[in-house]
Write a protein that binds this ligand. Sequence first.
Ligand code: 6PG
Length: 497
Amino acid sequence: MAEKKYDIGLMGLAVMGQNLVLNMVDHGFDVAVFNRTTSKVDDFLATPEAQAKGDKLTGAHSLAELVSKLKSPRKIMLMIKSKDAVPAPELKLYPESAAVDAVIAELIPLLDKGDVIIDGGNTQFKDTERRTKYLQALGIRYIGTGVSGGEEGARRGPSMMPGGDPEAWPLVKPIFQAISAKVGPNKDVPCCDWIGERGAGHYVKMVHNGVEYGDMQLISDAYWILKNGLGLTNKELYEVFAEWNKTELDSYLVEITRDIFTVDDPETGKPLVDLILDAAGAKGTGKWMSQLALDLGVPSTLVTEAVYARAISAMKQPRVNASAILSGPTGQYTGDRKEFIDQVKQALYASKICSYAQGFVQMQAAAKEYDWKLDCGRIALLWRGGCIIRAVFLERIKDAYDKDPNLENLLLDPYFKNAVESAQGAWRNVVKTAFELGIPVPGFATALTYFDSYRSANLPANLIQAQRDYFGAHTYLRVDKPGEGPFHTDWINVKKS
Ligand code: 6PG
């Protein structure tokens, strides 16, 4: 009897890898697995869940063995853990590419033309661009895919954002779309679709993560002003977030925030959230998004502020020292509490809209720069389920791009324009109150500044241009002479009024 061949091979049996494998088998695919530390292969196959899969699952103790067990064209998915993810208080990037490059180099001689390598990690998109082109020249098809949703998502249905070599997509599409989360009235629309060529999938996943940073910071801003400005208890915070989760803020992150306020530390019986050191870690995708926004010259201020907020949080000892030296206001809000809670909700919603608007603007700018065709409506739909930023309001974003695929900014869509305009009074009051009380709300404040800047026909950059021309002859354009210039003035010797 001919030896059984498997539909797909997966290397990397950390939590995400194991759960993806079980998910694939649940959906009828035969999977072969491999891990560098081979005892992990045996341990995994010995688990009751893996045992129950019978011969639909097999192990390999080398890459060559893994490759030999696969149907042609072979599909090998790498779920290589970023082993040097740093916990707080350090905020460093991981040297992301070396491990994946080493495995690819090892795989190349084992593969035939037409075989597919898939990288499912959080990879910097430029590595995916480079690898796709390199492997294409060798006849090997490459996919770099975002996989979002953590452990539970990987097991029950993640959101997946594949990009790379378009010829590889039809080969993996049935597997990816089967295992991904499903949305829509009949729960049959997969949260997985082709994003675009080369690094497009990993870029979109990076923006997903940056938006995730923004969401988390905005929720934390709300938490902090409700806790310190109003003195809400954890029980009250639970109730507030539970209410909000029944509104347009309905989302995974608001839901888990609600639940976090109910968890007591088993050891001390105290609320666990109050025992956690306020020093945020990061693995770097938010930082990448911010760096790449700077490269493109687009104002993704929410993610940047969120990265900085994590950075200043990680400076725990300097903050403790400074808190003994620097003073500021200490009081609490004295107005109507119920009304203020509602205003915070509106500030959160309006800021969130600005954050998503920035994320989509960055993706559109990147598509132009890197020559991808991104479908913003479809991306919103992929984020509708399975992923960390899944939220009801993504449906609205999809509608906005369905109406106008070239929409310049979400804030210009009638629904979002109206939502932000009706929230802005409350939003301004929350930021003003936070500033008066000396409570930092970096996300709310930067979002409001973005909104006010974007809706300003005139900004003070005329003065910046004058300064640049004064000290460096950097020249300027004139409002009264469109199409002419650039102009330069001898600011020192010119006649002054
Ligand atoms: C996801 C998440 C995930 C990410 C973590 C940690 O989509 O499932 O985005 O990919 O790695 O959220 O990110 P940080 O450690 O940078 O906060």
